[in-house]
Design a protein around this ligand. Structure first.
Ligand code: 13P
Ligand code: SF4
Length: 343
């Protein structure tokens, strides 16, 4: 055990039940080893209300910490070891721009319900709450999109166009029923020339890490490992998802690896998602199932959380100098409405 690992372990023991460490599956093994609770974004959000500790240390990106702070008990502090770990997709939907676009879309009296992926800021979730919309994660996107389509005349799905299109495909929506919005920093471009009456309008954002994985890599994997099973996260491009055997959230991918290792020992599973998770699954099922990444895809923001920063956060808590994440009070009501509609 190295010095930092030993120091984190000792400090965690000293703080005892006062602190709970939560971490997303994309965290490094070194950080995951200290987590009391690990999960995908839906599982972590669901677990927060059950945590009784005085302090929650959240190892993940900023929007996940904000959601935890929103769902935490009054007086409970949420700390981010790396507050600069800011999911780049969540920054693709500035709240002011989303409000402007919603104003434009609803100006004619059309009821457009926003459905925001959980990978968005608190300010954006508040706008969504004000417009009667909800939040979804990759684990429940189908259920939530079906719900949103039933609410009004159209749905604005944001920010991930790939997740939106992959989910729409599962619900049987045709490409003609969808439109990726053309925007600039002020709102819709040429609104009168865009087919804004389609049931599903998509914000033009995506996760650069998952979008990096290409359909040609799926073909190469099939050729290199005949008979392999190929699965991917729905943040990947639809052209890649079409070539996969299945697609689903982080928790789905974890279950799929366990299932294959149990039911088809000796088989090969190729996974298109963040590589910290794939590497961990490969280790976990070594000797029973060969698990390989579809391509290189490490999230640089998730990697900003390190054992050293976790140590600094725990030390600050122990010394009473930690500064918990502060969420803007005015945003909490509407943002909580959009989150709890999902939960
Ligand atoms: P999950 O919702 O599957 O945890 O994914 C979160 C994320 O950031 C994926 O890139
Ligand atoms: Fe955001 Fe993509 Fe990183 Fe997930 S993998 S946290 S969506 S940048």
């Amino acid at each position: 055990m190295n010095e930092i690992t030993a120091a984190v372990t000792a400090l965690k023991k000293q703080l005892g039940a006062r602190v709970r460490i939560m971490g997303h599956h994309y965290q490094s093994d070194a950080v995951v080893a200290h987590c009391d609770i690990t999960g995908d974004s839906l599982e972590l959000a669901r677990r927060v209300p059950d945590v009784d500790a005085e302090h929650i240390v959240f190892c993940g990106v900023f929007f996940m910490g904000e959601s935890a702070a929103l769902l935490a008990k009054p007086g409970q502090a949420v700390h981010l070891p790396a507050p600069d770990a800011d999911c780049m997709m969540s920054l693709m939907t500035p709240a002011g721009l989303a409000r402007r676009v919603l104003e434009q879309l609803t100006a004619t009296g059309r009821r457009v319900v926003p459905l925001a992926y959980v990978n968005t800021t608190l300010a954006l979730k508040a706008v969504v709450g004000e417009y009667g919309g909800a939040v979804c994660t990759s684990a429940n996107a189908e259920t939530m999109l079906r719900w949103a389509l039933d609410q009004g005349d159209g749905v604005l799905f944001l920010p991930d166009k790939h997740l939106g299109r992959n989910t729409a495909g599962k619900l049987g929506l045709t490409p003609d029923e969808q439109h990726i919005l053309r925007l600039n920093g002020h709102g819709l471009i040429d609104a009168e020339r865009q087919p804004l009456d389609r049931p599903l309008l998509l914000w033009p954002g995506c996760c650069a890490i998952h979008a990096r994985l290409r359909p040609e890599q799926a073909e190469a994997a099939r050729a290199a490992y005949p008979g392999c099973r190929l699965v991917a996260h729905p943040e990947c491009r639809p052209e890649l998802i079409e070539r996969c055997d299945a697609a689903g959230s982080t928790s789905f991918l974890i279950r799929e690896a366990a299932r294959l290792a149990g039911e088809a020992p000796g088989s090969t599973l190729v996974i298109g998602t963040e590589n910290n998770l794939v590497d961990r699954l490969a280790d976990r099922h070594k000797g029973r199932c060969r698990i390989l990444p579809l391509g290189r895809a490490y999230c640089p923001d998730m990697a900003k959380v390190t054992e050293a920063k976790l140590l600094a956060t725990l030390s600050a808590i122990a010394h009473g100098t930690a500064e918990p994440l502060a969420v803007e009070a005015a945003l909490c009501g509407p943002a909580r409405r959009s989150l709890t509609r999902m939960l």
